[in-house]
Design a protein around this ligand. Structure first.
Ligand SMILES: Cc1ncc(COP(=O)(O)O)c(C=O)c1O
Length: 369
Protein backbone atom coordinates (compact mmCIF):
# COMPACT_ATOMS: atom_id res chain seq x y z
CA UNK A 1 0.00 0.00 0.00
CA UNK A 2 1.38 3.35 -1.04
CA UNK A 3 1.63 5.98 1.68
CA UNK A 4 1.45 8.98 -0.72
CA UNK A 5 -1.92 10.35 -1.81
CA UNK A 6 -3.22 8.39 -4.78
CA UNK A 7 -2.94 9.85 -8.28
CA UNK A 8 -6.31 10.84 -9.73
CA UNK A 9 -6.83 9.46 -13.23
CA UNK A 10 -10.23 11.11 -13.38
CA UNK A 11 -11.62 13.94 -15.51
CA UNK A 12 -11.60 16.55 -12.74
CA UNK A 13 -11.03 16.99 -9.94
CA UNK A 14 -7.64 15.75 -11.08
CA UNK A 15 -4.06 15.58 -9.90
CA UNK A 16 -2.61 19.07 -9.54
CA UNK A 17 1.01 20.14 -9.07
CA UNK A 18 2.33 21.00 -5.63
CA UNK A 19 2.94 24.56 -6.90
CA UNK A 20 -0.77 24.89 -7.68
CA UNK A 21 -1.79 23.53 -4.29
CA UNK A 22 0.77 25.77 -2.59
CA UNK A 23 -0.84 28.84 -4.20
CA UNK A 24 -3.88 28.22 -2.00
CA UNK A 25 -1.90 28.86 1.19
CA UNK A 26 -2.64 32.60 1.05
CA UNK A 27 -5.85 34.30 2.17
CA UNK A 28 -6.99 37.01 -0.23
CA UNK A 29 -9.28 39.95 0.48
CA UNK A 30 -11.99 39.87 -2.14
CA UNK A 31 -12.07 43.68 -2.41
CA UNK A 32 -8.35 44.04 -2.44
CA UNK A 33 -6.66 45.45 -5.54
CA UNK A 34 -4.21 42.55 -5.67
CA UNK A 35 -7.06 40.07 -5.89
CA UNK A 36 -8.82 42.14 -8.56
CA UNK A 37 -5.60 42.17 -10.56
CA UNK A 38 -5.38 38.40 -10.19
CA UNK A 39 -8.90 38.00 -11.62
CA UNK A 40 -8.18 40.41 -14.49
CA UNK A 41 -4.95 38.62 -15.34
CA UNK A 42 -6.74 35.26 -15.20
CA UNK A 43 -9.43 36.39 -17.64
CA UNK A 44 -6.84 37.87 -19.98
CA UNK A 45 -4.82 34.65 -20.04
CA UNK A 46 -7.95 32.52 -20.54
CA UNK A 47 -9.05 34.67 -23.50
CA UNK A 48 -5.58 34.34 -25.04
CA UNK A 49 -5.96 30.55 -25.13
CA UNK A 50 -8.88 30.87 -27.58
CA UNK A 51 -7.49 33.98 -29.34
CA UNK A 52 -10.68 35.67 -28.22
CA UNK A 53 -9.66 39.03 -26.72
CA UNK A 54 -11.18 41.06 -29.58
CA UNK A 55 -14.40 39.13 -29.99
CA UNK A 56 -15.35 37.64 -26.60
CA UNK A 57 -15.57 38.49 -22.91
CA UNK A 58 -14.43 35.99 -20.30
CA UNK A 59 -17.05 35.85 -17.54
CA UNK A 60 -15.97 33.79 -14.52
CA UNK A 61 -18.61 32.25 -12.27
CA UNK A 62 -18.52 30.61 -8.86
CA UNK A 63 -19.48 26.93 -8.72
CA UNK A 64 -18.90 23.71 -10.62
CA UNK A 65 -18.95 23.41 -14.42
CA UNK A 66 -22.69 22.82 -14.60
CA UNK A 67 -23.34 26.18 -12.93
CA UNK A 68 -21.52 27.91 -15.78
CA UNK A 69 -23.34 25.86 -18.45
CA UNK A 70 -26.70 26.68 -16.88
CA UNK A 71 -25.72 30.36 -16.56
CA UNK A 72 -24.65 30.52 -20.23
CA UNK A 73 -27.90 29.03 -21.50
CA UNK A 74 -30.02 31.11 -19.13
CA UNK A 75 -28.22 34.33 -20.04
CA UNK A 76 -27.64 33.96 -23.78
CA UNK A 77 -30.78 32.20 -24.95
CA UNK A 78 -33.69 34.68 -24.90
CA UNK A 79 -36.82 33.43 -23.16
CA UNK A 80 -38.52 33.01 -26.53
CA UNK A 81 -35.51 31.27 -28.09
CA UNK A 82 -35.31 27.59 -29.01
CA UNK A 83 -32.28 25.37 -28.49
CA UNK A 84 -31.31 22.36 -30.59
CA UNK A 85 -29.43 20.08 -28.19
CA UNK A 86 -26.98 17.59 -29.73
CA UNK A 87 -26.59 14.51 -27.58
CA UNK A 88 -24.27 11.52 -27.54
CA UNK A 89 -23.78 11.01 -23.84
CA UNK A 90 -24.70 12.05 -20.31
CA UNK A 91 -23.48 15.64 -20.54
CA UNK A 92 -25.54 16.25 -23.68
CA UNK A 93 -28.56 14.93 -21.80
CA UNK A 94 -27.74 17.38 -19.04
CA UNK A 95 -27.90 20.28 -21.54
CA UNK A 96 -31.44 19.23 -22.43
CA UNK A 97 -32.33 18.95 -18.74
CA UNK A 98 -31.04 22.48 -18.16
CA UNK A 99 -33.24 23.83 -20.99
CA UNK A 100 -36.21 21.98 -19.52
CA UNK A 101 -35.65 23.33 -16.01
CA UNK A 102 -35.08 26.87 -17.30
CA UNK A 103 -38.24 26.68 -19.37
CA UNK A 104 -36.41 27.29 -22.66
CA UNK A 105 -38.01 25.63 -25.65
CA UNK A 106 -35.71 22.92 -27.08
CA UNK A 107 -35.49 19.88 -29.31
CA UNK A 108 -32.91 17.11 -29.15
CA UNK A 109 -30.93 15.08 -31.65
CA UNK A 110 -29.34 11.99 -30.19
CA UNK A 111 -26.79 9.63 -31.71
CA UNK A 112 -25.26 6.51 -30.14
CA UNK A 113 -22.56 7.05 -27.54
CA UNK A 114 -19.89 5.96 -30.02
CA UNK A 115 -21.21 8.08 -32.89
CA UNK A 116 -20.21 11.74 -33.28
CA UNK A 117 -22.83 14.26 -34.37
CA UNK A 118 -21.98 15.42 -37.90
CA UNK A 119 -22.24 18.79 -39.61
CA UNK A 120 -24.61 17.18 -42.15
CA UNK A 121 -26.94 16.17 -39.28
CA UNK A 122 -26.97 19.73 -38.00
CA UNK A 123 -27.53 21.16 -41.47
CA UNK A 124 -30.54 18.88 -41.98
CA UNK A 125 -31.99 19.66 -38.55
CA UNK A 126 -31.66 23.42 -39.01
CA UNK A 127 -33.28 23.24 -42.46
CA UNK A 128 -36.19 21.35 -40.95
CA UNK A 129 -36.93 23.76 -38.10
CA UNK A 130 -36.58 27.50 -38.67
CA UNK A 131 -37.67 28.29 -35.11
CA UNK A 132 -34.34 27.06 -33.68
CA UNK A 133 -32.25 30.03 -32.54
CA UNK A 134 -29.35 28.27 -30.76
CA UNK A 135 -27.51 24.96 -30.97
CA UNK A 136 -25.87 23.43 -27.89
CA UNK A 137 -23.02 20.96 -28.33
CA UNK A 138 -20.63 19.02 -26.11
CA UNK A 139 -17.14 19.21 -27.62
CA UNK A 140 -15.60 16.21 -25.83
CA UNK A 141 -18.39 14.09 -24.31
CA UNK A 142 -16.64 13.05 -21.11
CA UNK A 143 -19.04 10.21 -20.42
CA UNK A 144 -17.13 8.21 -23.07
CA UNK A 145 -14.30 10.46 -24.29
CA UNK A 146 -15.81 10.91 -27.76
CA UNK A 147 -14.85 14.01 -29.74
CA UNK A 148 -17.51 15.82 -31.77
CA UNK A 149 -16.41 17.72 -34.93
CA UNK A 150 -16.78 21.19 -33.48
CA UNK A 151 -15.37 23.35 -36.30
CA UNK A 152 -17.48 21.72 -39.05
CA UNK A 153 -20.64 21.97 -36.95
CA UNK A 154 -19.88 25.59 -36.00
CA UNK A 155 -19.56 26.64 -39.66
CA UNK A 156 -22.87 25.03 -40.62
CA UNK A 157 -24.58 26.82 -37.73
CA UNK A 158 -23.08 30.13 -38.85
CA UNK A 159 -24.28 29.55 -42.43
CA UNK A 160 -27.80 29.17 -41.07
CA UNK A 161 -27.43 32.40 -39.07
CA UNK A 162 -27.93 30.53 -35.77
CA UNK A 163 -25.96 30.74 -32.52
CA UNK A 164 -23.70 28.09 -30.98
CA UNK A 165 -23.19 27.29 -27.30
CA UNK A 166 -20.28 24.91 -26.66
CA UNK A 167 -19.71 22.89 -23.52
CA UNK A 168 -15.93 22.50 -23.79
CA UNK A 169 -15.55 21.53 -20.14
CA UNK A 170 -13.16 18.65 -20.65
CA UNK A 171 -11.43 19.84 -23.83
CA UNK A 172 -10.68 23.54 -23.28
CA UNK A 173 -6.97 24.16 -22.83
CA UNK A 174 -5.94 20.83 -24.37
CA UNK A 175 -7.69 20.74 -27.74
CA UNK A 176 -7.27 23.77 -30.01
CA UNK A 177 -10.25 26.11 -30.45
CA UNK A 178 -9.65 29.48 -32.12
CA UNK A 179 -12.48 31.96 -31.64
CA UNK A 180 -11.55 33.64 -34.93
CA UNK A 181 -12.02 30.40 -36.90
CA UNK A 182 -14.81 28.74 -34.93
CA UNK A 183 -17.85 31.01 -34.57
CA UNK A 184 -19.67 30.69 -31.25
CA UNK A 185 -21.74 32.78 -28.82
CA UNK A 186 -20.57 30.89 -25.74
CA UNK A 187 -17.84 28.44 -24.86
CA UNK A 188 -17.89 27.07 -21.35
CA UNK A 189 -15.16 25.45 -19.27
CA UNK A 190 -13.99 25.25 -15.66
CA UNK A 191 -10.97 25.57 -13.40
CA UNK A 192 -10.39 21.95 -12.47
CA UNK A 193 -10.02 20.33 -15.88
CA UNK A 194 -7.29 20.58 -18.55
CA UNK A 195 -5.81 23.75 -17.06
CA UNK A 196 -5.07 21.64 -13.97
CA UNK A 197 -6.47 24.06 -11.41
CA UNK A 198 -8.72 22.96 -8.56
CA UNK A 199 -12.50 22.77 -8.93
CA UNK A 200 -14.71 25.64 -7.78
CA UNK A 201 -15.24 28.06 -10.66
CA UNK A 202 -16.37 27.96 -14.25
CA UNK A 203 -15.95 30.56 -16.96
CA UNK A 204 -17.87 31.43 -20.08
CA UNK A 205 -16.38 33.04 -23.16
CA UNK A 206 -19.33 35.05 -24.41
CA UNK A 207 -19.37 36.86 -27.76
CA UNK A 208 -19.35 40.57 -26.93
CA UNK A 209 -22.45 41.50 -28.97
CA UNK A 210 -24.40 38.49 -27.70
CA UNK A 211 -23.64 39.37 -24.07
CA UNK A 212 -24.44 43.06 -24.62
CA UNK A 213 -27.95 42.16 -25.77
CA UNK A 214 -28.59 39.60 -23.02
CA UNK A 215 -29.86 41.92 -20.27
CA UNK A 216 -32.96 40.54 -18.59
CA UNK A 217 -32.80 37.08 -20.18
CA UNK A 218 -31.65 35.26 -17.06
CA UNK A 219 -34.07 33.42 -14.83
CA UNK A 220 -31.69 33.83 -11.89
CA UNK A 221 -29.87 36.60 -10.07
CA UNK A 222 -26.78 34.62 -9.12
CA UNK A 223 -26.44 32.93 -12.54
CA UNK A 224 -26.86 36.07 -14.63
CA UNK A 225 -23.68 36.41 -16.69
CA UNK A 226 -24.76 39.79 -18.06
CA UNK A 227 -24.89 41.18 -14.52
CA UNK A 228 -21.74 39.34 -13.47
CA UNK A 229 -19.83 40.83 -16.39
CA UNK A 230 -21.30 44.34 -16.07
CA UNK A 231 -20.40 44.51 -12.38
CA UNK A 232 -16.91 43.11 -12.94
CA UNK A 233 -16.23 45.50 -15.84
CA UNK A 234 -17.25 48.44 -13.63
CA UNK A 235 -15.59 47.48 -10.35
CA UNK A 236 -12.96 44.84 -11.13
CA UNK A 237 -14.69 42.69 -8.50
CA UNK A 238 -16.80 39.58 -8.51
CA UNK A 239 -20.47 40.36 -7.77
CA UNK A 240 -20.70 37.92 -4.87
CA UNK A 241 -18.05 36.21 -2.71
CA UNK A 242 -15.37 34.91 -5.06
CA UNK A 243 -13.70 31.51 -4.67
CA UNK A 244 -10.45 33.29 -3.81
CA UNK A 245 -8.24 30.23 -3.30
CA UNK A 246 -9.55 28.61 -6.48
CA UNK A 247 -8.76 31.78 -8.45
CA UNK A 248 -5.23 31.90 -6.99
CA UNK A 249 -4.67 28.21 -7.77
CA UNK A 250 -5.91 28.62 -11.34
CA UNK A 251 -3.69 31.65 -11.83
CA UNK A 252 -0.68 29.62 -10.68
CA UNK A 253 -1.77 26.67 -12.85
CA UNK A 254 -1.89 29.00 -15.86
CA UNK A 255 1.67 30.19 -15.23
CA UNK A 256 2.75 26.54 -15.40
CA UNK A 257 0.58 25.97 -18.47
CA UNK A 258 2.44 28.73 -20.27
CA UNK A 259 5.84 27.57 -18.98
CA UNK A 260 5.08 24.10 -20.31
CA UNK A 261 4.47 25.56 -23.79
CA UNK A 262 0.76 26.39 -23.68
CA UNK A 263 -1.87 24.45 -25.55
CA UNK A 264 0.36 22.56 -28.01
CA UNK A 265 2.48 21.17 -25.17
CA UNK A 266 -0.52 20.34 -22.99
CA UNK A 267 -2.20 18.62 -25.93
CA UNK A 268 0.95 16.62 -26.71
CA UNK A 269 1.42 15.47 -23.12
CA UNK A 270 -2.19 14.29 -22.90
CA UNK A 271 -1.96 12.62 -26.32
CA UNK A 272 1.16 10.76 -25.15
CA UNK A 273 -0.60 9.76 -21.92
CA UNK A 274 -3.55 8.49 -23.92
CA UNK A 275 -1.38 6.48 -26.29
CA UNK A 276 0.59 4.83 -23.48
CA UNK A 277 -2.67 4.00 -21.73
CA UNK A 278 -4.27 2.48 -24.83
CA UNK A 279 -1.16 0.46 -25.76
CA UNK A 280 -0.45 -0.87 -22.27
CA UNK A 281 -4.10 -1.76 -21.64
CA UNK A 282 -4.32 -3.49 -25.05
CA UNK A 283 -1.36 -5.66 -24.02
CA UNK A 284 -3.46 -6.80 -21.02
CA UNK A 285 -6.33 -7.55 -23.39
CA UNK A 286 -8.42 -4.56 -22.24
CA UNK A 287 -10.22 -2.99 -25.21
CA UNK A 288 -11.25 0.65 -25.48
CA UNK A 289 -14.91 1.39 -26.21
CA UNK A 290 -14.24 4.01 -28.92
CA UNK A 291 -12.29 3.66 -32.17
CA UNK A 292 -9.09 5.74 -32.21
CA UNK A 293 -10.42 8.21 -34.82
CA UNK A 294 -13.07 9.62 -32.47
CA UNK A 295 -11.20 9.19 -29.17
CA UNK A 296 -10.21 12.49 -27.53
CA UNK A 297 -6.96 12.35 -25.51
CA UNK A 298 -8.88 13.27 -22.36
CA UNK A 299 -10.46 10.16 -20.92
CA UNK A 300 -10.67 6.57 -22.20
CA UNK A 301 -13.56 4.18 -21.67
CA UNK A 302 -12.55 0.52 -21.42
CA UNK A 303 -14.77 -2.53 -21.65
CA UNK A 304 -14.80 -4.26 -18.27
CA UNK A 305 -13.48 -7.85 -18.20
CA UNK A 306 -16.26 -10.41 -18.74
CA UNK A 307 -14.99 -12.71 -15.98
CA UNK A 308 -17.53 -12.91 -13.11
CA UNK A 309 -14.63 -12.51 -10.66
CA UNK A 310 -14.33 -8.90 -11.91
CA UNK A 311 -16.35 -6.43 -9.81
CA UNK A 312 -15.71 -2.73 -10.36
CA UNK A 313 -15.86 -1.81 -6.65
CA UNK A 314 -13.20 -4.34 -5.62
CA UNK A 315 -11.09 -3.56 -8.70
CA UNK A 316 -11.30 0.16 -7.90
CA UNK A 317 -10.34 -0.30 -4.23
CA UNK A 318 -7.39 -2.55 -5.07
CA UNK A 319 -6.06 -0.19 -7.77
CA UNK A 320 -6.49 2.70 -5.33
CA UNK A 321 -4.45 0.84 -2.71
CA UNK A 322 -1.67 0.74 -5.31
CA UNK A 323 -1.85 4.51 -5.74
CA UNK A 324 -4.28 5.24 -8.59
CA UNK A 325 -7.89 6.40 -8.61
CA UNK A 326 -9.86 5.24 -11.65
CA UNK A 327 -13.37 6.29 -12.69
CA UNK A 328 -16.53 4.23 -13.08
CA UNK A 329 -18.11 3.80 -16.51
CA UNK A 330 -21.15 5.92 -17.41
CA UNK A 331 -22.73 3.73 -20.09
CA UNK A 332 -26.04 2.04 -19.50
CA UNK A 333 -25.78 -0.79 -22.06
CA UNK A 334 -22.22 -2.06 -21.62
CA UNK A 335 -20.12 -2.52 -18.48
CA UNK A 336 -17.09 -0.23 -18.64
CA UNK A 337 -14.65 1.74 -16.55
CA UNK A 338 -12.81 4.94 -17.41
CA UNK A 339 -9.26 6.20 -17.03
CA UNK A 340 -8.41 9.88 -17.40
CA UNK A 341 -5.33 11.06 -19.34
CA UNK A 342 -5.45 14.61 -17.94
CA UNK A 343 -3.95 16.25 -14.87
CA UNK A 344 -0.39 16.72 -13.64
CA UNK A 345 0.67 13.27 -14.85
CA UNK A 346 2.82 11.98 -17.67
CA UNK A 347 3.74 8.74 -19.39
CA UNK A 348 5.55 7.33 -16.32
CA UNK A 349 2.35 7.56 -14.26
CA UNK A 350 0.32 6.00 -17.07
CA UNK A 351 2.71 3.03 -17.34
CA UNK A 352 2.61 2.63 -13.55
CA UNK A 353 -1.19 2.82 -13.47
CA UNK A 354 -1.58 0.06 -16.04
CA UNK A 355 1.03 -2.03 -14.19
CA UNK A 356 -1.17 -1.63 -11.08
CA UNK A 357 -4.24 -2.69 -13.09
CA UNK A 358 -2.37 -5.80 -14.30
CA UNK A 359 -1.34 -6.76 -10.76
CA UNK A 360 -4.88 -6.27 -9.47
CA UNK A 361 -6.44 -8.40 -12.21
CA UNK A 362 -3.91 -11.14 -11.36
CA UNK A 363 -4.75 -10.86 -7.65
CA UNK A 364 -8.46 -11.08 -8.46
CA UNK A 365 -7.74 -14.06 -10.73
CA UNK A 366 -9.59 -12.38 -13.57
CA UNK A 367 -8.70 -14.28 -16.74
CA UNK A 368 -11.65 -13.84 -19.09
CA UNK A 369 -10.96 -10.37 -20.48
C1 LIG B 1 -18.59 17.73 -20.77
C2 LIG B 1 -18.87 18.17 -19.37
N1 LIG B 1 -19.83 19.06 -19.16
C3 LIG B 1 -20.13 19.53 -17.94
C4 LIG B 1 -19.44 19.09 -16.83
C5 LIG B 1 -19.75 19.75 -15.53
O1 LIG B 1 -19.84 18.95 -14.47
P1 LIG B 1 -19.68 19.51 -12.98
O2 LIG B 1 -20.79 20.43 -12.73
O3 LIG B 1 -19.74 18.25 -12.20
O4 LIG B 1 -18.34 20.21 -12.87
C6 LIG B 1 -18.43 18.11 -16.98
C7 LIG B 1 -17.69 17.57 -15.84
O5 LIG B 1 -16.86 16.70 -15.92
C8 LIG B 1 -18.14 17.66 -18.29
O6 LIG B 1 -17.18 16.75 -18.50
Amino acid sequence: MSTAEPILLTPGPLTTSSRTRQAMMVDWGSWDDRFNQLTASLCEQLLAIINGADSHHCVPLQGSGTFAVEAAIGTLVPRDGKVLVLINGAYGKRLAKICEVLGRSFSTFETAEDEPTTAADVDRLLRADASITHVALIHCETSTGILNPLADIAHVIEQHGKRLIIDAMSSFGALPIDAQDVPFDALIAASGKCLEGVPGMGFVFARKEALASAAGNSHSLAMDLFDQHTYMAKTGQWRFTPPTHVVAALHEALLQYNEEGGLPARHQRYANNCQVLLEDMARLGLRSFLPAAIQAPIIVTFHAPKDPRYQFKEFYERVKAKGFILYPGKLTQVETFRVGCIGHVNQAEMHAAVAAVAEVLREMEVIDI
